[in-house]
Design a binder for this molecule. Structure first.
Ligand SMILES: [Zn+2]
Length: 134
């Protein structure tokens, strides 16, 4: 089963961030009651427990908060770099780092692009913005 099929089987509210990504939008949610910015998958505010969350377009820019490398195929020497990205808006999201041969560093500035996983679904992936750290 590929990731596109896994995402297709999610509940509609859970699929939304991937549908937004397929439209080239990295979204976050803003709590209408307390103003907290939340990751796109949140259904309830972690600050005040309100369910009044409004999707809003994020810049797609952020910095690496943490990262690791995994071997997706134990028979392949290729490593996949996974990072937790702290977006400029504040929420943290997880995505693959692409286009970097060098080991990334905490604080490296990144920007989101999108990788299609099905006709109407995509996942955010991140590239390091050259010579920028924050
Ligand atoms: Zn709230």
């Amino acid at each position: 089963m590929n990731i596109g099929q896994l995402i297709s089987d999610l509940f509609p509210d859970e699929r939304l961030p991937y549908e937004w990504a397929a439209q080239g939008q990295l979204m976050v949610k803003v709590c209408s009651d307390c103003g907290s910015y939340l990751p796109p998958h949140r259904l309830i505010c972690t600050g005040c427990h309100s369910a009044e969350l409004t999707p809003t377009n994020a810049s797609g820019r952020g910095k690496i908060h943490a990262h690791t490398a995994v071997r997706a195929d134990r028979h392949s020497p290729e490593l996949t770099r996974i990072a937790m990205i702290e977006l400029e808006e504040g929420p943290r999201v997880i995505g693959r780092l692409i286009g970097t041969e060098a080991k990334p560093s905490i604080g490296d500035a990144v920007v989101a692009t999108f990788e299609a996983v099905a006709d109407d679904l995509a996942v955010p992936v991140f590239t390091i913005r050259s010579n920028e750290t924050s």
